[in-house]
Design a protein around this ligand. Structure first.
Ligand SMILES: O=P(O)(O)O[C@@H]1C[C@H](O)[C@@H](CO)O1
Ligand SMILES: Nc1nc2[nH]cnc2c(=O)[nH]1
Length: 291
């Protein structure tokens, strides 16, 4: 069943989704959500005791229409940590509203997730970096021309009154403590992560050379077509966020970009991402339990 979501998800819609998911999965409640971007679906292979639920079957979910996005919700454990994983996400360029695209984040919250790891494939604007580099998102710039919080407030998926501010703060959007944990894990694995700013445009066209110049000037290190709406919703409802951007193509004058290249580079770097996300799951959980 597919419902057009232009309003915030209602209690009834969320209940319907959760009741359906409970008929498919009865294991421990997930504490960590993971959103896998283009070409990064290999992380799904690291999930143990996996139960896959296609988006097409889930009430109030829309469909994945993009190559490289499998379009299913996965339940299971990652190094013993109960997780729910979006194998494929929804993008605004698919024609979905910001509320439709971010509905799964509300569902993750209702399922019990305290934090979400969002990942994406991105074009690299930083000329000192290389294809395959993994960037921890330190901050973002939202140039999508949409904000999922526009409209009535608060949200039914919030669990406490202090969540869902009308004007939510975005100053520690990408949690510093969790970011430091992932950086430490990466260096213990010999992976040299970057930190930087992700800028999101609506897509689906890739950028012109003039747009690349502009995006560098305003302080972006890489550019993509997703993530920021998910992160805004997650922060609004009190979830902590870790963001990972795999640099899949260099944004350079005269160099063409294509989605196949993005998927291929995402899949290659996906191997390091799998190890990083796997090894970070337990320390992230320990940090969430401490706070
Ligand atoms: O879902 P993500 O942000 O990883 O996907 C990126 C942006 C577009 O969907 C696609 C372009 O090739 O990759
Ligand atoms: N907007 C945008 N999204 C991407 N996703 C992967 N590469 C790119 C890129 O170069 N530009």
């Amino acid at each position: 069943m597919q419902t057009s979501l232009v309003e915030n998800p209602s209690v009834a819609q969320l209940d319907e989704t959760l009741n359906f998911l409970r008929t498919k999965y009865s294991g421990p409640a997930p504490v960590l959500g993971v959103v896998l971007g283009s070409g990064l679906s290999g992380v799904a292979n690291a999930i143990d005791n996996k139960i896959a639920v296609p988006y097409a079957e889930i009430p109030h979910f829309v469909r994945s229409t993009v190559a490289g996005h499998a379009g299913q919700l996965l339940f299971g454990t990652l190094e013993g940590v109960p997780v729910v994983c979006m194998q494929g996400r929804f993008h605004l360029y698919e024609g979905y509203t910001a509320k439709q695209a971010t509905y799964p984040i509300c569902v993750m919250k209702k399922l019990g997730c305290k934090a979400v790891i969002v990942s994406n494939a991105a074009g690299c604007l930083n000329t000192s970096w290389r294809v395959g580099d993994i960037m921890l998102i330190a901050d973002h710039i939202n140039l999508q021309g949409q904000n999922p919080l526009i409209g009535p407030n608060p949200r039914a998926c919030a669990t406490s009154p202090e969540q869902c501010a009308r004007f939510p703060d975005m100053s520690n959007c990408y949690d510093k403590e969790l970011r430091d944990i992932v950086t430490r894990v990466a260096s213990s694995q010999g992976t040299n992560t970057r930190e930087g700013v992700y800028v999101a445009l609506s897509g689906p066209s890739y950028e012109t050379a003039a747009e690349h110049r502009f995006l560098r000037i305003i302080g972006a290190d890489c550019v993509g077509m997703s993530t920021v709406c998910e992160v805004i919703v997650a922060r609004h409802i009190g979830m902590k966020v870790v963001g990972l951007s795999v640099q899949t193509n260099m944004c350079m004058p005269g160099v063409a970009t294509c989605h196949e290249e993005v998927i291929e580079a995402g899949n290659k770097a996906g191997r390091a991402m799998v190890e990083l996300v796997k090894a970070s799951a337990r320390p992230i959980l320990a940090s969430l339990e401490k706070n």
